[in-house]
Design a binder for this molecule. Sequence first.
Ligand code: NAD
Length: 475
Amino acid sequence: METELFIGGKWVPASSGNRFDVLDPATGDVIATVADGGESDAIAAVDAAAEAGPAWAATPPRVRGEALRKAWELMTERADDLAKLISLENGKALTDAKGEVTYAAEFFRWFAEEAVRGAGEFATAPSGANRILVTRQPVGVCVLVTPWNFPAAMATRKIGPALAAGCTVVLKPASDTPLTALAMAAILAEAGVPSGVVNVLPSRSSGKTVGRMLKDPRVRKLSFTGSTEVGRLLLAQAAEGVVNTSMELGGNAPFLVFADADLDAAIEGAMIAKMRNGGEACTAANRFYVESSVAADFSQRLAARMSQLRVGPGTDESTQVGPLVNEDTVAKVDSLVRGALEAGAKAETGGSRPEGNGFYYPPTVLTGVAPDAPILREEIFGPVAPIVTFTSEDEAVRLANDTEYGLVAYVYTGDLARGLRVSEHIEAGMVGLNRGLVSDPAAPFGGVKQSGIGREGGHEGLLEYLESKYIAVNW
Ligand code: NAD
């Protein structure tokens, strides 16, 4: 497969000639070396996107949509190969990788359909003196920055709406997982997306390359998915040129289980909310709050299910939990768990890092976690479920909201009115009500508080890439 930069429809080496290694998280071995884009390559990519912009914006929405639909078909046909590639560079289990390919491809199909829905408005001004015409125009050249945890889906969730809206893009994938993004570029080109509309710039010096692009006045939009820490830095940089931003940042999802919940369903939901992608998801349940009368039952059943999961190389068909993406991630999970244990928590299963190669961490359930433990405040990003008890609805909501994040929350209860009431009071952009999975290309995904700004997916996802232009028409 191609491992160069993809600029202006061509595979090109970095102008510096530099390359960097991509590792297999299961072994730590090098699986590929990829061209390492620098600042001059970043400008070349912006040149290509800017040059392709006017023709792509003028391409009929139906035609733009058809290219995205073709890309959905190609991804679906090649799902097995793409899943292997994701698993190889990210480490996730093949079942998770296949799920990601379906989810990722669906953004192309959804936005193929949305491409024709960028409608404007026409109204009589209240004074009657004129008419108000509102049209929607593509924002322009977009810089898209994506993380390693969903290397396909985080890219298609941005490229899909950007292309549907008539924007051109430069995608900067995470350096741990650039191969999937390069494969996406090849698929989009094959689907008929013209040269320069999508450019992909792997780069190890992302601070410099993204920073350089944000200084270029032709860049009108930054869509970022990643940590709150980096998001904050980029918001400050985008402020200089008043660049339009969408920010999908970190999460610290609470998972609430009330005593009236169907516990079987709550365990199933917990397994998905915690273990999808091995816990390496911004939507991962990070803190479990369980009503005290059912807490022991819930904890034991969750620990039993977690302990049965098969851990191994992601590319092995029988694996249910792959390795984490890199050494830093395992070290962070390990230190959060050790901190919780030292402060008095008990490991119902798992709880320590295994010996040997690869970035593995076992599925872990912790009970008796101190309310101020860092594991309840920081994103764990691994297969660890800390459990805390509560005794009233008010306390559950207070605990759930005791975080600077606000991406997603999960609520399990048999009382629909309570479920809706708690959903209203929880400070999060999304709530899973008796459901452990919220991600859906047809729905607006995004957070409040320090989890971000803007929404991806649904109709809102398209609007993020469109500007309203108001024309006052004399009448
Ligand atoms: P990260 O913030 O370290 O990196 C994200 C991307 O930003 C990568 O492409 C990285 O190379 C780039 N980057 C890093 N430093 C940069 C800088 N100074 N300037 C410009 N670009 C820079 O995040 P990560 O470790 O790759 O991903 C995990 C994080 O992503 C978690 O916090 C997770 O919650 C978050 N995430 C959020 C969502 C969401 O939709 N809200 C989805 C997936 C992941």
